[in-house]
Design a protein around this ligand. Structure first.
Ligand SMILES: Nc1ncnc2c1ncn2[C@@H]1O[C@H](COP(=O)(O)OP(=O)(O)O)[C@@H](O)[C@H]1O
Ligand SMILES: [Mg+2]
Length: 331
């Protein structure tokens, strides 16, 4: 029996680029958005893997592929060692209770016409787990657990009648009401007020312990990883460029992209000097990504080989893998 709860193997999602009929007719080749381009990692039971990257790097798409909200172009997702592509319809229904998602924008993911109580108990009803007073009791219990109190008062309220922080708690409660063991949290605090961010993070850490959860924690902000992640994976243009235990990557970032991201993390000491420049220029388009290492146009370490060779993710020891032959001394 494996202790890997989730394993993704060479996951790829290339979205066909939709254009006008004429443009398609005259196009020499079909173009794709390489949103996710050969991503592999494992998440052990009880662990939090942070998936970190700039906007457009493919984080949300990776999360949606794991939850089977999208069919991958190629590659496979394993849940408890079993390929989810082999799950029957009935088994997939069961899996949907076990794998849940917390989206970035609680307002957008809640129906304005559904009361908070109805919204949280909705998954119980659609999965046929509970109805009537049982569903209500289960909902009130989870509301208490996430700090939506007094629960019976808030049960009848609508999303617009509560604060932003409370709405995020509603989304968390709704994700947890079916007793999942794996949760994709897609930038769960990005839209929250600064004042409630740390509270939401603390809540997520507490709930993880209490409900024995495993998280994929998606963020564009490396700094927040410190509070919740055990491992982090740095994503750039659909690929993982560095992955490893959080402490190890923070202490010893090897990929130039990771190093510059870490350098931008605010530090309390104002005498601290930035040692590395931010990456030059903007993140390129995933439609025609640069050949070779896709980070090379922005990298101050790039050598000729980086423009040609696709750098593989290489284990540097201690579960720490890096896709940079220059910095790992493999050129
Ligand atoms: N359904 C889709 N169709 C076409 N392109 C998409 C679709 N979803 C995402 N993309 C593109 O894939 C890339 C990665 O997007 P996303 O996974 O949302 O990145 P992130 O969450 O890191 O910001 C982006 O260039 C985005 O525009
Ligand atoms: Mg996203």
């Amino acid at each position: 029996m494996t202790d890997n709860l989730i394993r993704v193997d060479n996951l790829t999602m290339h979205f066909p680029l939709t254009r006008g009929v004429l443009a398609n007719l005259f196009a020499r080749e079909k173009k794709f958005v390489r949103a996710v381009d050969g991503v592999s990692f494992t998440i052990r039971k009880g662990e939090v893997l942070g998936l970190v990257g700039e906007s457009g790097s493919g984080k949300t798409t990776t999360g949606r592929l794991i939850l089977k909200l999208l069919e991958p172009t190629s590659g496979e997702v394993f849940y408890r060692g079993r390929a989810i592509s082999s799950f029957s319809g009935k088994e997939m229904e069961g899996l949907r209770e076990k794998m849940q998602v917390i989206f970035q924008d609680p307002y957008a993911s809640l129906s304005p016409r559904m009361s908070i109580g109805k919204a949280i108990s909705h998954p119980l009803r659609i999965h046929g787990l509970a109805d009537g007073t049982l569903a209500r009791d289960m909902t009130l219990t989870i509301m208490e657990k996430v700090g939506l109190t007094p629960a019976s008062f808030l049960y009848r309220k609508y999303p617009h009648q509560v604060s932003g922080g409370q709405r995020q708690r509603v989304v968390i409660a709704r994700a947890l009401v079916t007793s999942p063991d794996f949760v994709v949290a897609d930038e769960p605090i990005a839209m929250a007020d600064v004042s409630v961010r740390s509270m939401i993070l603390e809540l997520m850490v507490r709930l993880k312990e209490e409900f024995d959860l495993t998280y994929l924690f998606i963020t564009h902000d490396l700094a927040t990883c410190k509070y919740i992640c055990d491992h982090i994976a740095i994503m750039y243009l659909g690929r993982i460029v560095e992955i490893g235990p959080l402490q190890e990557v923070f202490r010893n970032p090897v990929h130039p992209y990771t190093a510059t991201l870490l350098d931008a993390v605010p530090v309390p000491d104002p005498r601290f000097r930035r040692t590395l420049p931010m990456p030059r220029g903007e993140i390129p388009s995933p439609i025609d990504p640069p050949p070779g290492c896709s980070f090379h146009p922005r990298c101050s370490y790039a050598v000729e080989a980086c423009r040609i060779q696709d750098p593989p993710l290489v284990d540097t020891g201690g579960e720490h893998s890096v896709a940079c032959p220059v910095r790992t001394g493999r050129t």
